[in-house]
Write a protein that binds this ligand. Structure first.
Ligand SMILES: C[S@@+](CC[C@H](N)C(=O)[O-])C[C@H]1O[C@@H](n2cnc3c(N)ncnc32)[C@H](O)[C@@H]1O
Ligand code: SF4
Length: 454
């Protein structure tokens, strides 16, 4: 009996990274001090385009599915104290970066950057504007929990030049929301979107998830229908990464309430079909965009990229991460700030960058990173052309191509004279194809560290 493509995909029960970087974060190593980072920053050529990422690691209530680096607080004073540290971190870095660099993208992520008071948000943006040169057309984005959206905050975002928000919705079904400890009725998202648009903030993304407790094909269709009513420009439709061995609080979600991999697959397909029917175009493995959206405009071009926030139009090869646990990407490699508040605080009070881990990128990493980014963004990679561009032999990936023959036989990909194309119906397998090029995964990843591929 012949197997359907779905059955073949489900047979592969691999645990694979999301490939928002290569090498991936588990392969960063502890730094003795932050000297490497200041050297890297000082070597950036004059006029380099840079992006900034600011991490706000606080939330008011814990969502049990949360995979982010955050801490729960009901009080505002820890947040206020943290903002003072963040302002000092910006100040410390400015001495090594220089005002000649041009900021093209700013992203506030978390945790919940939406819990900042309007005053603190304005203060951060003011410091950024004083420290760096910001491109007039820069994208300034913030991740918002609809439960934190107030008119005073939205007014502060608009005044500071925020032009894109990502609203964390996840699902609209009340049984699912109760099982993930995220009470959030539909009207909150509706009011947030209405308020943001009334202040001229036009780029609205929604974050939705599949694979959550009690989701059914019917419930996901209903959630998508409600999401579409809000007319978001972009939707991120993330597969829930259930990793209770990393994030202990995920044990609060009963295993028996989670969809099995068969249903997860159907949930994704049902959601994707509903978005496409509503006029959204599928971008990358888990994003959907409307015609007016900047990510939509990247279709068929080389202007789509992948960074720690997922898919982006941001082409900058230099991303400066600020705040607890934030990751930076520089031409020389990756650097990660300490995730430990006292270590972070100590570095800041010593006026040194809080860089705690790093990974210099070798030419081989750069080549493999390019292969992986192309597969994740375009589902196609011309290996001979890429090898030529990186100055290596055409046969460089002979072993990988041989290993991938198994996927070709399963009908996931085509390999034609070194050009690998992931078939549209097997998009969910893109990460598994990338894994064939990940030399670190084979060596070190015997433990169940990552979430399932599907
Ligand atoms: C850092 S959160 C920030 C948004 C904001 N804190 C909120 O929840 O509204 C960004 C997004 O990551 C996604 N996310 C969080 N935990 C996840 C997990 N375990 N698996 C997959 N996606 C996850 C959610 O869709 C969430 O909206
Ligand atoms: S999902 Fe968002 S709001 Fe919920 S705990 Fe995580 S970062 Fe906080």
């Amino acid at each position: 009996m012949s197997c359907s493509l779905k059955e073949k995909i489900l047979e592969l029960d691999a645990r694979i990274p999301r490939y928002t970087s290569y090498p991936t974060a588990p392969h960063f190593t502890t730094a003795k001090n932050s000297g490497f980072y200041t050297d890297w920053l000082e070597a950036l050529p004059t006029g380099t385009d840079i992006s900034l990422y600011l991490h706000i690691p606080f939330c008011h209530q814990l969502c049990w599915y949360c995979g982010c680096h955050t801490k729960i607080t009901r009080r505002y004073d820890p947040v206020e104290a943290y903002i003072q540290l963040l302002l000092q971190e910006i100040d410390t870095l400015s001495a090594h970066i220089g005002k000649d660099k041009i900021v093209r993208h700013i992203h506030f992520g978390g945790g919940s950057p939406g819990i900042l008071s309007p005053r603190d948000f304005a203060c951060l943006m003011e410091q950024i504007r004083e420290t760096f040169t910001i491109d007039k057309k820069a994208e300034i984005a913030i991740e918002l929990d609809p439960r934190n959206v107030t008119e005073a905050r939205v007014a502060a975002y608009a005044k500071a030049g925020v032009n894109r928000v990502s609203l964390g919705v996840q699902d609209f079904a009340s049984d699912t929301l109760a099982a993930i400890n995220r009470p959030q009725p539909f009207y909150l998202s509706y009011e947030a979107v209405t308020l943001l648009r009334s202040y001229g903030i036009s780029g609205v993304n929604l974050d939705l998830m599949y694979g959550l407790p009690f989701q059914t094909v019917e419930s996901i269709k209903d959630t998508v229908a409600k999401a579409v009513l809000l007319k978001p420009d972009r939707i991120a439709f993330f597969g829930y990464a259930h990793v209770p061995w990393v994030k202990k609080h995920m044990r609060l979600i009963e295993d028996s309430t989670l969809p099995d991999k068969d249903l997860r697959y159907d949930l994704f397909q049902a959601g994707a079909a509903a978005f496409e029917k509503a006029g959204y175009r599928s971008i990358g493995i888990d994003h959907f965009a409307r015609e007016n959206d900047s990510l939509f405009k990247t279709v068929g071009t080389s202007h789509i990229h992948r960074n720690f926030q997922g898919y982006t139009t941001d082409p900058c090869s230099t991303l400066i991460g600020l705040g607890l646990s934030a990751i930076s990407k520089l031409p020389q490699g990756y650097s990660q700030n300490s995730p430990d508040m006292s270590a972070y605080q100590k570095a800041i009070s010593n006026q040194t960058p809080p860089a705690a881990k790093y990974r210099a990128i070798t030419p081989e990493d750069r080549l493999r990173g390019d292969v992986i980014e192309r597969l994740m963004c375009h589902f196609c990679v011309d290996l001979p052309a890429l090898c030529h561009a990186h100055g290596v032999n055409n046969n460089h990936f002979k072993e990988e191509i041989m290993a991938l023959d198994a996927y070709q036989k399963l009908g996931f990909i085509n390999i034609d004279e070194g050009v690998i194309t992931v078939k549209p119906e097997a998009k969910l397998m893109a990460r598994a194809v990338c894994a064939a090029f990940d030399t670190y995964l084979n060596i070190a990843d015997t433990a169940p560290r990552h979430a399932r591929a599907i």
